[in-house]
Design a protein around this ligand. Structure first.
Ligand code: ZN
Length: 156
């Protein structure tokens, strides 16, 4: 079995048996992403605790096998991670997919399996959709938290 075959197996495994699929109870971030080029849609739920750790992540959506398996891989890669680490994983994945950075399995886990998608440039957007959606969700959470802190401040 070549590495390419192995990676294809990993992608199809996440597509057929997605991890963390379906709405998440107690989510405090909900974000949607669309890739109109392919018709991929992702809805993402995150639960981020007061210490800034992603305690839960799930997704739902439809679209091609690359977009959906990438979302499954992404949720598995960030659950349990502090926000700074999650940002590092996002940057690592985007660097690999968009800039050709070498795959870092320690950082990305099964995410390295999507590196081969680079050979099909039109599909790169499918692979990064859920990761971009995650980044938007984290940015929104950070902005909302900033407001919250300010609000408490002005009340006191
Ligand atoms: Zn797609």
């Amino acid at each position: 079995m070549t590495l390419e075959d192995l990676y294809r197996e990993v992608i199809m495994d996440h597509y057929r048996q997605p991890r963390n699929r379906g709405a998440l109870d107690h989510a405090n971030v909900v974000m949607e992403g669309v890739n109109p080029l392919c018709g991929d849609e992702i809805k993402l739920w995150l639960s981020i605790d007061d210490a800034g750790v992603i305690t839960g992540a799930s997704f739902d959506g439809h679209g091609c096998s690359i977009s959906q398996s990438s979302a499954s891989i992404m949720t598995a890669a960030v659950i349990g991670k502090p926000l700074a680490d999650a940002h590092a994983v996002i940057a690592g994945f985007r660097g690999m997919m968009l800039d050709g950075a070498p795959p870092d399995e320690a950082l990305l886990g099964d995410g390295v399996a999507l590196e081969g998608v680079r050979k099909f440039p039109v599909r790169i957007k499918c692979a990064v959709l859920s990761w971009n959606t995650l980044k938007l969700g984290l940015d929104e959470h950070a902005a909302a938290n900033g407001q919250h802190v300010e609000l408490q401040h002005s009340e006191s």
